[in-house]
Design a protein around this ligand. Structure first.
Ligand code: NAP
Length: 247
């Protein structure tokens, strides 16, 4: 489905991003992986993709909230591939706190990583995509960005912003044949949710209509659909991947 395409997945050393990077590689794409904490982990992921799928793969240790670092990634991508076909703005963090307990540092960090990081990538990716007048951008928002959740005021604001920017970027870039969509995952089994206490897991799982957590692969499958030509007439949409979760 992605033969010959070049795809950048931010935050792809673990979780939904890693499942997406592997899925893209399995469909023939050259893949760019990214993480923030460990060069060793990034290198390992690059090696795993090259070995398992035999596609070109490079990796960047780069904080999405650092615009200079983001710019240097795209300069490198241009040097190596001369093009970019798909961007998945997936890197994200969550720092839960009730209103009175939210620190200024936590507000800044979540907005910088979840929202500003996505905008920095959107700018650079669109520049490259404009050269070929085609591309697909997928922003990983959250059901919390649509419905809200107690204790996640800043996280929900950062993820709701991704939905707004998806609508606006889709309108701005449609004349250039660049599609922009978002996915809104619900309760997905990754490191991000593993930290929740056992009773919170049980409570959340009960709220999912389908009766279980989603998997990173199930989100990756939806992202693949939006990245590929299977969704060639879809832009400016937010697709829930939440198993009918009620919050
Ligand atoms: N899991 C869920 O239930 C759920 C639900 C809704 C939405 N989401 C969203 O889905 C996305 C992925 O979540 P996940 O559950 O897969 O998370 P995860 O398992 O915690 O993985 C997060 C990934 O993002 C990377 N990352 C974190 N901060 C970064 C930064 N500043 N710059 C670059 N990379 C960074 C991490 O890299 P390192 O390995 O280097 O730390 C890791 O690869 C997030 O945007 C999250 O908000 C998740």
């Amino acid at each position: 489905m992605l033969d010959g395409r070049v795809a950048f997945v931010t935050g792809s050393t673990r979780g939904i991003g890693w499942a997406t990077a592997r899925t893209f590689a399995s469909q023939g794409a050259a893949v760019i992986v990214n993480g923030v904490t460990s060069q060793e982990r990034v290198d390992k992921r690059v090696e795993e993709i090259c070995t398992e799928f035999g596609v070109p793969c490079i990796g960047f240790l780069c904080d999405v909230s650092n615009p200079a670092c983001v710019r240097s990634c795209y300069a490198e991508i241009f040097k190596k591939f001369k093009r970019l076909d798909v961007l998945v703005n997936n890197a994200g963090i969550v720092q839960d706190a009730l209103l009175g307990m939210i620190s200024e540092a936590s507000i800044r960090r979540q907005i910088e990583v979840n929202t500003m990081g996505a905008i920095f990538h959107l700018q650079e990716a669109a520049r490259l995509m404009l050269r070929n007048r085609s591309g697909s951008i997928i922003n990983v928002s959250s059901i919390v960005g649509r419905n809200g959740n107690a204790g996640e005021i800043v996280y929900s604001a950062s993820k709701a912003a991704l939905i707004g920017l998806t609508y606006s970027a889709a309108k701005e870039l449609a004349p250039k044949n660049i599609r922009v969509n978002a996915v809104a995952p619900g309760f997905i089994d990754t490191d991000l949710t593993k930290v929740l206490p056992k009773d919170a897991h049980a409570e959340w799982s009960k709220r999912v209509g389908l009766g279980r957590m989603g998997t990173a692969q199930e989100v990756a499958n939806t992202i693949l659909f939006l990245a590929s030509d299977q969704s060639s007439h879809i832009s400016g949409q937010v697709v829930g991947v939440d198993g009918c979760l009620v919050i």
